[in-house]
Design a protein around this ligand. Sequence first.
Ligand code: IPD
Ligand code: CA
Ligand code: CA
Length: 267
Amino acid sequence: MHPLVNIAVSAARKAGNFIARYADRIEDLRISTKSRNDFVSEVDRRAEALIVDTIRRAYPQHAILAEESGAQQGDDDSVRWIVDPLDGTTNFLHRIPHFAVSIGVEVRGRLEHGVIYAPPTQDLYIASHGSGAQLNSRRIRVSGRLDTDSALIGTGIPTRADALEAYVPMLGRVAEDTAGIRRAGAASLDLAYVAAGRLDGFWELGLKPWDIAAGLVLVQEAGGLLSGVCADDSDDDLLAHGNVVAATPRLHPWLLERLRRAAPKPA
Ligand code: IPD
Ligand code: CA
Ligand code: CA
């Protein structure tokens, strides 16, 4: 394994084991609201501190972007760690066992490595640019499903009224012609599931860099295609706008065409 991946795995496991210890003690946690429908607990913050500490011990000079503590510059900004200590906080707080630690590593502006660890299943997803994607040390590939009628598509449903207005027509367009839609509640795992061939495609609007950095590497290395959702979303800078379509090469053009037909037309 690449040394950066070794550290990412060690950090993800430490944080994941810490989170797992609290999964049965949710009622003891202090929970606050960052904004409407956006919760954070002391577990998110302490898991992030464990990850940042692990990275800092190995690479004190690197930059870090972490959900709860924000951006930290380093003397060597050519490497940037992008960290979501607990993706799927709402699931975690409702005792739904579907959440993950997500760590992506960008080198000279390009996403190079992705590590996602899901404490409830102990599944560990790893991908490095040019080296493929793995789930628990086994190579994974996107699904080879050919027909859209049997495709299962993941998504994330926004909670703000203006975002819902743009999103709901998309949901209708995709739902009517597939085997079904899943809103599982952890975007990192949605992308990991596309990489592992469990989902055939996924889209969501307005994701943050820490939700997707690791998952984007996984999908790419598992043979999937990635793009923005709307016509003016750059495909080369998904981290910047966070509107993401990920799917198998066969389904991606179909899914993108459906989403764009439903997207609001620019004024
Ligand atoms: C959220 C999850 C969810 C997605 C939201 C994210 P969090 O992350 O990934 O699936 O729909 O947009 O904010 O808050 O649980 O880290
Ligand atoms: Ca997240
Ligand atoms: Ca989070």
